[in-house]
Write a protein that binds this ligand. Structure first.
Ligand SMILES: Nc1ncnc2c1ncn2[C@@H]1O[C@H](COP(=O)(O)OP(=O)(O)OP(=O)(O)O)[C@@H](O)[C@H]1O
Ligand code: SF4
Ligand SMILES: [Mg+2]
Length: 324
């Protein structure tokens, strides 16, 4: 049984005059200890997927259909209190804006100690010592002294390390990281990714890593899901996806990554055009307006996600069987 199973998830924002169909029929699984990347450009539905998993969709957002199972239990059936326990203990969240995630008026060490106090039977002094140990573990030097500092006294990288320390304090089975490195410079980004990898190897936590940047996840993820306009358009093991991308959108994303091995680190232009409006989605393939391989059929027919190899699937008519 997978650790997390998202099954045919449909999430939408129901306004009086329009429905924003943010996530449409998304299904995927994350195995225990696995690192899965969810990649797509802005507005593709990555955060809404995550907010649905955690049942934190802002109003007027609704999960219209589907199931979200953690070790086989549908999270949509849990009470608010049960769900709060899941969020605190079993699934930890690391967001882009670390400063906003931290409490500005409580010292850093105390915030992490509070996690230990909430989830384990320890005394305050022990919780504090564990918190200092946690800060040390995520690479914060002079941890004992820094534990007494406040969030605004930390650099962006240190703030994100602190958020990760707090996330790891409850030894979660799953860490969901939504663009955790976007605000950081490249060197710090690499350090944060290394930290997440360490969390997997030391704690065995699975990670669902959200990013708009395919290049960032190359070395981190075992498997990648490519999202476009609320749907998964391609999924497969990282290596397969990089060696043999099938969907024209994935091919475009890969072409816009600077050469990974070459000397010239130059970004090629991204895919021209814009994704469709989630309140007025086209009938056929949602990528049709930007696709260089578009055919007449693409505009009328909505492609299914079809298997094209071991654990590799793609949503494009070029790979759908043409004859029954
Ligand atoms: N609170 C909201 N109210 C209305 N529409 C929303 C809300 N949040 C998201 N949406 C819409 O849902 C769709 C998916 O948005 P989502 O935030 O999941 O994108 P994303 O892939 O996380 O993008 P980004 O890379 O910019 O974070 C978009 O069309 C967006 O406009
Ligand atoms: S279905 Fe057609 S438009 Fe869509 S990605 Fe495939 S070829 Fe392009
Ligand atoms: Mg987002």
């Amino acid at each position: 049984m997978p650790l997390l199973e998202v099954d045919d998830l449909e999430a939408a924002f129901l306004f009086a005059d329009r429905t924003v169909r943010a996530v449409n029929g998304v299904s995927f699984a994350v195995e225990a200890g696995e690192i899965v990347g969810l990649i797509g450009e802005s507005g593709s539905g990555k955060s809404v997927t995550v907010q649905s998993i955690l049942r934190l969709l802002p109003s007027p957002g609704r999960i219209v259909r589907g199931a979200i199972r953690l070790n086989g239990v549908n999270l949509l059936d849990l009470s608010r209190e049960q769900m709060r326990q899941v969020r605190g203990r079993r699934i930890a969240m690391v967001v882009q804006d670390a400063l906003a995630a931290l409490n500005p008026v409580i010292p850093i060490g105390e915030q992490i100690a509070d996690v230990f106090l909430a989830h384990t039977q320890v005394k305050r002094q022990t919780a504090w010592e564990k918190a200092v140990g946690m800060l040390r573990r995520v690479g914060i030097s002079a941890a004992e002294e820094r534990a007494r500092h406040y969030a605004h006294e930390f650099s962006g990288g240190m703030q994100q390390r602190t958020v990760i320390a707090a996330a790891l304090a409850c030894t979660p089975e799953l860490i969901i990281a939504d663009e955790p490195t976007t605000a950081l410079d490249v060197t710090v980004q690499q350090q944060i990714l290394a930290l997440l990898q360490q969390a997997r190897s030391e704690l065995g936590s699975a990670i669902l890593y959200i990013s708009h940047d395919l290049a960032v996840v190359t070395h981190l993820c075992d498997r990648i899901l490519i999202m476009y306009a609320g749907e998964i358009v391609e999924q497969g093991p990282t290596r397969t996806l990089f060696r043999s991308p099938k969907h024209p959108y994935t091919q475009g994303l890969l072409a816009s990554i600077p050469s990974l091995h070459g000397d010239v680190q130059e970004y090629l232009p991204a895919i021209p055009g814009l994704p469709p409006n989630a309140a007025a989605l086209p009938t056929g393939c949602r990528f049709a307006a930007r696709c260089t391989f578009v055919q007449e059929r693409c505009r009328a027919h909505h492609p299914e996600l079809v298997s094209v190899g071991s654990h590799h699937a793609v949503r494009c008519i070029l790979y759908e069987a043409t004859t029954p």
